[in-house]
Design a protein around this ligand. Structure first.
Ligand SMILES: [Zn+2]
Length: 292
């Protein structure tokens, strides 16, 4: 069993004890997000040391806690383009999508930036209390929202959607499928959302049956991944199908094929199949099988 750390924060332990901002011997580095894009200064710099931000007038309650390494706390804030231009008038900067950040910075920084991306999106979508309609207040550095109505005080914690993704096996083959909306020749593993009355294993069984008509057994958990682009917690399983006979649900799946390791290599080299990018859990599931 292992976790995929890309997009996930490794060092969350000790967070709560380190929230007093500007503590002696503690350093702070801050990243910024503007219109869902991460701000990069020069080529690969996205975290600015707090001591260089003395003229920063971002409200403390808007700061997100992203991670900690040694004596350095990594924090992040949303900023308007107008303020950004004013604050960094002497520096060149560019706005970079989270996906593009992956190739620019190390995995640790990607995990901090994905947290910033997710938290800001979540805050924007939860500006008002769902119980009484009053504006929610972000509890800075604690990463939750609280209704500002004193007689309500409803707390809202970040929400994730549990989603299973399944490496379906039959003897020496695995099943790859493509969604009708995907780019040409992209194939991946079957995946789907967990419903309220299901365990993850039951979701695995239902999704495989609904999408390709297979009945699965020997279901094993492999690893998981936070997927910030759609608020998913992707939970990776492997499972066996005793049959190779498919009944494809055409409303979702355009094509599904069984491949051996050799066939997969050949299809890939001929560009008849494109696999998901390295940072996606589906890539790791397929690589896990290729190595086994
Ligand atoms: Zn309320």
């Amino acid at each position: 069993m292992r976790n995929l750390h890309l997009f996930s924060i490794k060092n969350k332990i000790d967070f709560e004890n380190n929230l007093n901002i500007l503590k002696p011997n503690q350093y702070y580095e801050c990243a910024f997000i503007c219109n869902n894009k991460i701000i990069f200064f020069e080529k690969k710099i996205c975290f600015i040391k707090f001591k260089d931000l003395r003229h920063l007038t971002i409200k403390k309650e808007n700061l997100n806690f992203l991670g900690k390494k040694g004596n350095t706390l990594f924090i992040g804030a949303s900023i308007s383009l107008k303020k950004l231009k004013k604050l960094f008038k002497d520096r060149l900067f560019s706005l970079v999508s989270l996906r593009d950040c992956i190739s620019l910075v190390n995995n640790e920084q990607v995990s901090y930036l994905s947290s910033l991306f997710y938290l800001e999106k979540w805050k924007n979508e939860n500006k008002f209390c769902s119980k009484c309609g009053t504006r929610n207040k972000f509890k800075h550095l604690k990463n939750f929202l609280e209704c500002s109505n004193k007689s309500c005080l409803k707390k809202i914690f970040p929400k994730l959607d549990p989603t299973v993704i399944i490496l379906i096996k039959n003897n020496n083959k695995i099943l790859l499928a493509r969604n009708k909306n995907w780019k040409q020749n992209l194939y991946s593993c079957i995946a789907g959302f967990c419903e309220p009355n299901e365990s993850l294993e039951q979701t695995v069984i239902r999704e495989a049956y609904e999408e390709v008509g297979l009945k699965l057994k020997n279901i094993n958990y492999l690893f998981s991944q936070f997927w910030p682009f759609a608020n998913n917690l992707m939970v990776g399983f492997e499972a066996m199908s005793s049959s190779v006979k498919l009944k494809i649900n055409k409303s979702e799946i355009e094509d599904a094929i069984w491949v051996t390791r050799k066939e997969l290599l050949s299809l890939k080299s001929k560009k008849k199949i494109i696999l998901p990018k390295k940072y996606a859990i589906a890539h790791s599931l397929i690589a896990h099988w290729q190595k086994s």
